[in-house]
Design a protein around this ligand. Structure first.
Ligand SMILES: NC(=O)c1ccc[n+]([C@@H]2O[C@H](COP(=O)([O-])OP(=O)(O)OC[C@H]3O[C@@H](n4cnc5c(N)ncnc54)[C@H](O)[C@@H]3O)[C@@H](O)[C@H]2O)c1
Length: 273
C-alpha cells in the first residue's frame, strides 16, 4: 500500500535552495502538511520561506540553520520541527557539495552529514513523533555513486557510501525494529548551482581535462530539478525498503539493482598463478 503523504511532516537538509527546495515544494503540493528546511545558508533559507509562504500559505514551513556535519545541529532541527508541527515523519537527507578540491569537507558533509541525519531521525525522533506505522528516510545519492565519474572520484565515493547506507540499513530485520523505510534517489546531472560552476572543483588538470572532454561529447544528459522532485514524491510513496532509484535526463525513475558478485564467482576469477 502506498505511503500516505497527507498531513505528514518532513525535514529536508540542504532544503533552502537547489533540488532540496524543489523537494519541499513537491511534497507540499502532494499533501504534506509542513516542511523544515535545514540548511547552512540563512540567506537562502529566509528567501525560501518567503517563497513557500506565498505559494502555499503561512505555517507550512520553517527554516532552521544547520550544518549537517554537526549532529547537535540536526538534533536541534528535529526539536524545532516537533515544537512547531508536533510530528516528524520523513527525512530527506539531501545536503551535499561537489568539490574534490576540499575533499575532507566534502566527505564530512556528504557522508557524515547523511549518517547524522539517519541516526537522529531513526533512533531519536521517529520512535516518538511519527504519525503512522513507519518513518521514511530518503538519502540523496547520485548517478556518480553508481557508475564511474573519474573527474570527481572522491565525490563519487561519497555517493557510493550513500547507496551502501540505504541498501544496508534498508533490510527487513532492521525495519521490523526501527519502523523506518530507507530509500535512495540517485539523480543524474540536474541544473542547479552545484553543477553550473563545476570547473575547478576537482584535484587538478587531469580531472579537469577528463570533465571537459565528457562535456564536449555531450556525455551527461541534463534535467530540471522540478523533475527530480516529482519523481522523489513517487519514490517516497511507493518504493520498497532498501531500493535505489535513478532519475536522469528527465526520464521516469528506474530502480538500480546491483549484480550480486557471488553470481560472477566462476566467470571472473583472478587468473594469477
Ligand atoms: N545538481 C546535480 O546535478 C546533482 C546530481 C546528483 C546528485 N545531486 C545531489 O543532490 C543534493 C542537492 O544538490 P543541489 O544540486 O541542489 O546543490 P545546491 O548546491 O544547489 O544546493 C545544496 C544546498 O545544500 C546546502 N548545504 C551545503 N552544505 C551544507 C551543510 N554543511 N549543512 C547543511 N546544508 C548545506 C546549501 O546551502 C544549499 O542550499 C546534493 O547532495 C547533491 O550531491 C545533485
Amino acid at each position: 500500500m502506498a505511503f500516505d503523504l497527507k498531513k505528514k511532516v518532513a525535514v529536508i537538509t540542504g532544503g533552502a535552495s537547489g533540488i532540496g527546495l524543489c523537494y519541499a515544494k513537491a511534497l507540499l503540493t502532494n499533501g504534506v502538511q509542513a516542511v523544515t528546511l535545514a540548511d547552512v545558508n540563512p540567506e537562502y533559507g529566509n528567501k525560501a520561506i518567503r517563497e513557500i509562504d506565498n505559494e502555499f500559505g503561512i505555517n507550512r514551513a520553517i527554516f532552521v540553520q544547520c550544518d549537517v556535519r554537526n549532529i547537535e545541529d540536526l538534533e536541534r532541527v528535529f526539536y524545532k520541527t516537533v515544537e512547531k508541527f508536533k510530528f516528524v515523519d520523513i527525512l530527506i537527507n539531501n545536503a551535499g557539495i561537489l568539490n574534490d578540491a576540499i575533499w575532507e569537507n566534502q566527505i564530512a558533509i556528504n557522508v557524515n552529514g547523511t549518517v547524522n541525519g539517519i541516526l537522529v531521525a531513526m533512533d531519536k525522533f521517529f520512535p516518538k513523533y511519527k504519525q503512522s506505522g513507519e518513518g521514511v528516510i530518503v538519502n540523496i545519492a547520485s548517478i556518480t555513486g553508481i557508475d564511474f565519474h573519474p573527474h570527481v572520484p572522491i565525490y563519487s565515493g561519497t555517493k557510493s557510501a550513500v547507496v551502501g547506507f540505504t541498501k544496508s540499513w534498508g533490510v527487513r530485520e532492521i525495519y521490523d525494529q526501527k519502523k523506518t523505510r530507507f530509500v535512495a534517489v540517485a539523480p543524474g546531472v540536474t541544473l542547479t548551482p552545484l553543477i553550473l560552476d563545476i570547473h575547478g572543483r576537482n584535484l587538478g588538470p587531469v580531472y579537469e581535462q577528463y570533465l571537459r572532454e565528457k562535456l564536449d561529447n555531450g556525455m551527461y544528459p541534463t534535467q530540471e530539478p522540478e523533475h527530480v522532485a516529482n519523481e522523489l514524491v513517487k519514490v517516497v510513496k511507493h518504493a520498497e525498503n532498501g531500493s535505489v532509484w535513478v532519475v536522469e535526463g528527465g526520464e521516469p525513475a528506474f530502480e538500480y539493482i546491483p549484480v550480486d558478485p557471488r553470481l560472477q564467482r566462476k566467470k571472473n576469477v583472478l587468473k594469477i598463478k
